[in-house]
Design a protein around this ligand. Structure first.
Ligand code: DGY
Length: 318
């Protein structure tokens, strides 16, 4: 029997071309999430699934394909997959780390800079025709150079964000469940801090943790109130790490100065309280969205899938 793969959303042609001709492929050439019933129906009898974060792969979905060997997620985050259920069923789960690290770190910095220097407001102002003369106190922002950056989650992306901070002469604090080794701390000039210290002392807090039970609403009313009134929060990780209602109040009432958000609690919905606020920069979950990076993610996901189907170890298992 030829191996059968279900590709549940659009992938670049170059990545699909890696799949051997003799494999049977059911391809949903769309970026819209499939309704669960259709996902289940099309997964029946398949050996492999290549999916994106828009598909929730829970135990019910996994049960539809008892022969499933691999779920290959085209993302580094894998909170859309019930990994424990997959493991119980002997299904390998893979993700796409490394290939998006630098692009995602660049984007976290883009949000940080945009929020600090009010780029989006400035753009709107410049286009609006309101700019009639040079003004002394126009759109004053917050300095970045020489300030303190707090990084929550010191994995690949958190470290890439820290590396960039060196160019800005920043003091870097980080928190993670596992402390980095001395060599990494020295190389990145980063100091380990307990979460409350990090929130209290940082001018910028950038989130780079996984979304797991322990990190859900890690940023909440209490931690937001610990932050400086001049501080800026950046989230390019996962929306539910931040209690969005608390953040709306923090931004509205001036507990913190601003935020740059690429992810939201209930994507694609954005908390309506965020929309009218000038002191938040909003992006539609695009931190890894560059041509090269998306191609590299898709290629790695296909290679992971093929490795498992060919009886080899996956390249990047979860
Ligand atoms: C990821 O890789 O987890 C991104 O959030 C989606 O591209």
């Amino acid at each position: 029997m030829p191996k059968s793969i279900f590709v549940s959303n659009v992938l670049p042609r170059e990545a699909l071309a890696l799949i051997p001709k003799e494999f049977s492929v059911d391809y949903n050439d769309s970026d819209r999430p499939l309704p669960k019933t259709e996902l289940i129906r099309r997964l029946e009898g398949k050996d492999a699934l290549i999916c994106q974060i828009v598909s929730a792969i829970d135990d019910e979905v996994l049960a539809a394909a008892p022969g499933l060997k691999v779920v290959s997620n085209v993302a580094v985050g894998f909170n859309n997959i019930d990994v424990a259920a997959a493991r119980k069923r002997g299904v390998v789960v893979t993700n796409t780390p490394d290939v998006l690290t630098e692009t995602t770190a660049d984007f976290a910095w883009a949000l940080l800079m945009a929020a600090a220097r009010r780029i989006v407001e400035a753009d709107r102002f410049a286009r609006s025709g309101q700019w009639t003369r040079w003004q002394w106190d126009l759109l004053w922002g917050h300095d970045v150079y020489g300030k303190t950056l707090g990084i929550v989650g010191f994995g690949r992306i958190g470290r890439a964000v820290a590396r960039r901070a060196q160019g800005f002469g920043m003091r870097v604090l980080y928190h993670d469940t596992v402390r980095a080794d001395g060599a990494a701390e020295r190389e990145l000039r980063a100091t380990y801090a307990e979460p409350d210290v990090l929130f209290r002392e940082s001018d910028f807090v950038s989130l780079h943790t996984l979304l797991i039970a322990e990190t859900r609403h890690l940023v909440n009313e209490r931690t937001l109130r610990l932050m400086k009134k001049t501080a800026i929060l950046v989230n390019a990780a996962r929306g539910p790490i931040v209690d969005e209602s608390a953040l709306v109040r923090a931004l509205r009432e001036g507990w913190i100065a601003g935020a740059g958000l690429d992810v939201f609690e209930e994507e694609p919905k954005i908390h309506p309280g965020l929309l009218p606020l000038e002191n938040v920069v909003l992006a539609p979950h695009i931190a890894s969205a560059s041509l090269d990076t998306r191609l590299a993610m898709a290629t790695l996901a296909v290679r992971n899938c093929l490795a498992v189907l060919e009886g080899k170890p996956p390249i990047t298992p979860v």
